[in-house]
Write a protein that binds this ligand. Structure first.
Ligand code: FAD
Length: 307
């Protein structure tokens, strides 16, 4: 057994969740729902669907979330919601639309500034001023699960990790029940961050965000934008495999599985996987770690049919 595979006794009570984004075309929609079906085999505790800042994906997010709940039976589908560029009335109306199709779990986010990552954030007149205010607004509307963001390597706009943890505390004080982290690759960063979060008196679950690397160049670019780092050791393992898709897939599977197993051995029980709406790599990671697949129901046998 490889070291990035958990022994059965180590697997007890581990939970998975998956993030999806709303598809932009019919083709992408087919791919998304094939992915959702394939990954449902791992019985995720919940799945989430992202929401474009400024409401840019509002109708696609709504359609996707409603279809997940109604057609695929993923009743614990969480709707991401951002408040940037929207009034409180706009946001409240979207909350109502999500709840009408059965949503009981929101991922409450401020969203990137309207000029994009790096631009200065300006609260909208009549809107929620930040994610903490949004959490309070959603909490006032019902007894929902409310997840929020957390940043083990610091949000790019934050002066320091202390400012980030202060913001997380405000979100928890206003009713957040879980934090989902930005992706990271060095588990020491997560462990150090979690120690500081607990010392600040924050006791909600802080679930590590795991990004299996489909494409190294894209991951490095995205990490640069959102303040995450890609360790040299990972770059070295993947950078020469651009022309070798099978080996690259295998190496990326091992990298993510090693990260999950190491976190599990440090006591982490929940894992939020960024799927990028594709199942093969995420499924390979889950299989390698040893997450169990639900048995498909066997077709009913006819009365009296030979065994
Ligand atoms: P907050 O928690 O309010 O702020 C993040 C940090 O930035 C704070 O800790 C605070 O210290 C600092 N900060 C905030 N405002 C200021 C300020 N004015 N001056 C100085 N520092 C400040 N984006 C989307 O558009 N759609 C999504 O669906 C989405 N899903 C996400 C899911 C997860 C799990 C994560 C981690 C991020 C997601 N994002 C999404 C990205 C997120 O919207 C951006 O990171 C955004 O810039 C901050 O939103 P937030 O809710 O994390 O903000």
């Amino acid at each position: 057994m490889a070291i990035h595979t958990l022994y059965p006794a180590e697997r007890g009570n581990l939970r998975l969740s998956f993030e999806y984004f709303p598809p932009k075309s019919d083709e992408m929609e087919v791919q998304l729902f094939e992915t959702v079906e394939a990954l449902s085999a791992f019985s995720p505790a919940f799945v989430t669907v992202t929401y474009g800042a400024g409401g840019s994906t509002k109708s696609r997010s709504l359609t996707t979330v409603c279809r997940m709940i109604k057609d695929t039976g993923l009743v614990n589908t969480a709707a991401h919601l951002t408040c940037v560029g929207a009034t409180k009335a706009d946001v409240d109306a979207v909350v109502n639309e999500f709840t009408t199709c059965g949503v009981r779990h929101f991922v409450a986010l401020r969203g990137d500034p309207q000029g994009g990552i790096g631009a200065r954030y300006e609260p909208t007149a009549g809107g929620y001023e930040n994610a903490a205010a949004l959490v309070a607004g959603i909490r006032a509307k019902g007894d929902f699960e409310i997840s929020v963001s957390a940043y083990p390597e610091k949000h790019p706009e934050s002066a320091d990790v202390t400012a980030d943890i202060d913001m997380l505390k405000r979100k928890v004080d206003n009713g957040a029940t879980r934090a989902l982290t930005q992706f990271f690759f060095d588990n020491n960063d997560f462990e150090r961050y979690l120690e500081r979060v607990r010392r600040a008196g924050i006791n909600i679950p802080v679930v590590p965000g795991i990004l299996p690397i489909n494409n190294l160049a894209q991951t490095r670019k995205f990490a640069g934008l959102c303040g995450a780092s890609v360790p040299d050791a990972i770059i070295t393992r993947l950078i020469h495999l651009d022309e070798a898709p099978e080996e690259r897939f295998k190496e990326a599977t091992h990298i993510a599985a090693e990260q999950i197993v190491d976190l599990a051995r440090r006591g982490v029980r929940d894992f939020h996987l960024y799927t990028m709406n594709r199942s093969p790599l995420v499924a390979a990671v889950c299989d390698l770690v040893g997450f169990e697949r639900a048995q498909k129901a066997a077709p009913a046998r006819r009365e009296g049919a030979a065994a």
